[in-house]
Design a protein around this ligand. Structure first.
Ligand code: WQD
Length: 329
């Protein structure tokens, strides 16, 4: 695949935990970046001073058309979305409004302006509670949360827009993202295992293990953890793939490491990173958690020339370093 000529990419959600890393990976690949973010959860300081920023709601078609028309962009990397599984169960309509309306409005704006290439942030949540050793991109997609459903619908939006209007889309199905590519880029959210464990440690309380009676080697849930810096690099590869693919194309890739790690294994890494036994407490199961979900990453390796290089220790160590440098308020 010939290297993509440097261009300008519009990045939605660039003020977020993952988006801030994607800015830097696109810049590292020689591209200019324009960020659109409504700052509802994003952090303005995470957008470098040399990056153009437009505060807007991605579901505002007029605003998105204006942004695309005023910046001659090579394509769009679409990350802006709500992503908390539990919250999506309590407030499903907010998730459909943000995640589905946002995808539709962005696709309409792209067609309006004639922007062809899009990298779409999807999720392993599209697979739902799947019982296979390794999930492939051909595995059944049966989401079990409104969040997962909105992510799958977003894939359909861009796939059908690609066929009908000549877009070229690469969807990335994120597995469990963790770590920090720099001390100023940590995950300060309150929804996922590693930041929740670090928060508990910082508060001097015991981190909680949601169930230890699953059919897994140590009884706790197994997930496929991927370093956010590796994930960000996958976006640069996906941008190149979208721009060099024929019009009307859609392809989805699992973005993980193809390696499972249990909750207890993550807790052991946290103990190592903080230098003491964090004495995690086993409590009841969290509803809706599959026992195991680990992705095959052969397609991303072969199709994008990408693999995740960093291991679980890198993820937890970098997350703890960032947490100490920038303690969430
Ligand atoms: C991981 C495991 C919990 C907190 C994530 C994202 C979702 C999607 C897919 C991107 C589970 C357990 C958690 C705690 C615990 N990624 N846990 N104690 O549910 O696998 O989904 O990956 O789109 O957005 O949410 O991630 O970090 O919530 O949980 O025992 O305090 O850790 O039960 O088994 P999950 P998670």
């Amino acid at each position: 695949m010939p290297p993509l000529q440097p261009g300008t990419w519009l990045l939605t959600g660039g003020a977020g935990y993952i988006g801030a890393h994607v800015i830097r990976s696109l810049q590292g690949a020689g591209h200019e970046v324009v960020v659109v973010d409504d700052l509802s959860t994003g952090v303005r300081r995470k957008i470098p001073a040399d990056v153009a920023f437009v505060r807007a709601d991605v579901s505002d078609r007029v605003a998105m058309t204006r942004v695309l028309a005023s910046h001659a962009v090579t394509g769009v990397v679409h990350l802006a979305a709500k992503k908390a599984v539990g919250e999506s169960v309590e407030h499903p309509l907010d998730y459909y409004r943000h995640n589905v309306d946002g995808a539709v409005a962005l696709a309409e704006a792209m067609v309006d302006v004639g922007v062809r290439n899009v990298v779409y942030s999807s999720s392993a949540a599209v697979y739902g509670d799947i019982d296979v050793d390794l999930v492939t991109e051909q595995s059944a997609t049966v989401p079990v949360s409104p969040y997962g459903q909105t992510k799958l619908i977003g894939e359909w939006v861009f796939q059908d827009a690609a066929v009908a209007h000549g877009l070229s889309c690469v969807a990335l199905r994120y597995f469990n993202v963790a770590g920090a590519g720099g001390d100023d880029l940590g995950d300060t959210g309150a929804f996922n295992l590693v930041p929740l464990a670090l928060r508990a440690v910082a508060q001097g309380v015991r981190p909680q293990v949601f169930g230890a009676d699953y059919p897994t080697p140590d009884g706790t849930c197994v997930r496929d953890y991927i370093h956010v810096a590796d994930l960000a690099e996958a976006h640069a590869a996906a941008a190149e793939a979208a721009a060099s693919a024929p019009s009307g194309g859609f392809v989805a890739y699992n973005i993980g490491r193809g390696v499972g790690a249990s909750v207890l294994e993550v807790m052991a890494q946290v103990s190592r990173a903080v230098g003491r036994d964090i004495d995690a407490e086993v409590v009841g199961r969290r509803p809706g958690d599959p026992a195991r979900i680990v992705g095959s990453v052969a397609a991303a390796r072969d199709g994008l020339g990408w693999i995740g290089e960093r291991d679980l220790g890198d993820m937890v160590t970098s997350a703890w370093s960032a947490w100490q440098a920038y303690p969430p308020t």
